[in-house]
Ligand binder design. Structure first.
Ligand code: ATP
Ligand code: MG
Length: 310
């Protein structure tokens, strides 16, 4: 795996996660799935990643946890994570410290909770195993208490009794809460959430977004929140990165992005969000196929507002 070699491991001062020039290619694909992407997340910060299907959002998330090695991916660039004990280069760190980082420092939740859960194991045991993976030998009683506390934190009803139930005995929203309980039980500092609410109906989606906001506040949790839906992302993040075809097109604080969207692709995404004023019979704005295809350079057009030239 070629990565740009830098003699000393330095991350940008104050960053928790520092992705630099990340490029991911699959086989003979004509374009990289992720193209020289650079992003930083500060401790406790929530960064949104938006873009249409195939823009490279999930590949970015998987690269951060180094979960792409099974695929025929060639990965270049650097992904630095600053833990309490120092900075790690995720792309080259040895397997054992990487295992400790995953789940303990960086946790992930996915779109489809059912596929991430074991259908034949009671949910309490699954949440407990997430804890035991990082604290082997923890006494059973302490594990059970921690599981019940985590279930309570994510507002799953009647934790002691329900911990013995199986995934199919819960609703979709409750299953996502179970996954969130598994993700937070080790008190990670970074949560990667890849379309965590896309499979849920709107009311349940709002409840899950509220829960994530609460957890961020309580635990000082940083988050990389991925969605194709700019409206959803803007509810839970402070800054938003817009991606298309693997390229970062615009990066700005949420408010700036909504008030002064500059890249035509971002403007098209915003027009596609229905508002109270959108007539019901009007078709949603279409995002033109070539917006953002031409490769320009990223420039900081005002402080913290980056736009790729077009
Ligand atoms: N394992 C793989 N092997 C080959 N190509 C892949 C693999 N995983 C992803 N890709 C390709 O990389 C590109 C980016 O995919 P990615 O899954 O990151 O998109 P996404 O932005 O998450 O889209 P969605 O919103 O549909 O989840 C796509 O063109 C996809 O086909
Ligand atoms: Mg995806």
């Amino acid at each position: 795996m070629p990565i740009s070699s830098t003699p000393s491991i330095a991350a940008a001062p104050g960053s928790l996660l520092h992705i630099r020039d990340l490029t991911v290619r699959f086989g003979n694909a004509p374009r990289p799935a992720v193209d020289a992407l650079s992003l930083q997340i500060a401790p406790g910060e929530s960064l949104g990643l938006v873009g249409e299907s195939g823009s490279g959002k999930s590949v970015t998330a998987l690269a951060v946890l180094r979960l792409l090695s099974g695929a025929s991916a060639s990965i270049q660039g650097s992904i630095r994570y600053t833990a309490q004990q120092g900075t790690h280069e995720i792309l080259t760190m040895p397997a054992e410290p990487l295992r400790r980082l995953r789940g303990r420092e960086i946790a992930m939740i996915f779109q489809e909770p059912m596929t991430a859960l074991n259908p034949v194991m009671p949910v309490g045991r699954q949440i407990g195993e997430a804890l035991l993976a990082h604290q082997p030998g923890m006494p059973r009683r302490a594990v059970a208490d921690a599981v019940h506390a985590a279930m309570e934190t994510v507002a799953l009803p009647d934790p002691v009794r329900r911990s013995r139930d199986y995934p199919h005995q819960f609703s979709g929203g409750q299953r996502q809460r179970i996954l969130i309980a598994m993700a937070i039980i080790n008190r990670p500092r970074l949560l990667i959430a890849d379309e965590p609410t896309t499979a849920l109906d709107v009311t349940v989606q709002a409840q899950i977004l509220e829960l994530l906001a609460k957890l961020r506040e309580e635990y000082g949790l940083a988050m990389l929140f991925i969605s194709h839906d700019l409206a959803v992302v803007s509810q839970v993040t402070e800054r938003v990165a817009v991606m298309r075809h693997g390229l970062l097109l615009e990066l700005a604080p949420v408010r700036t992005l909504f008030q002064n969207p500059t890249h035509p692709y971002t403007q098209a995404l915003l027009r596609a969000i229905p508002t109270m004023k959108t007539p019901l019979d009007q078709p949603l704005a279409m995002v033109s196929a070539d917006a953002g295809w031409r490769e320009g350079v990223l420039e900081e057009q005002s402080p913290a507002h980056w736009v790729r030239s077009f």
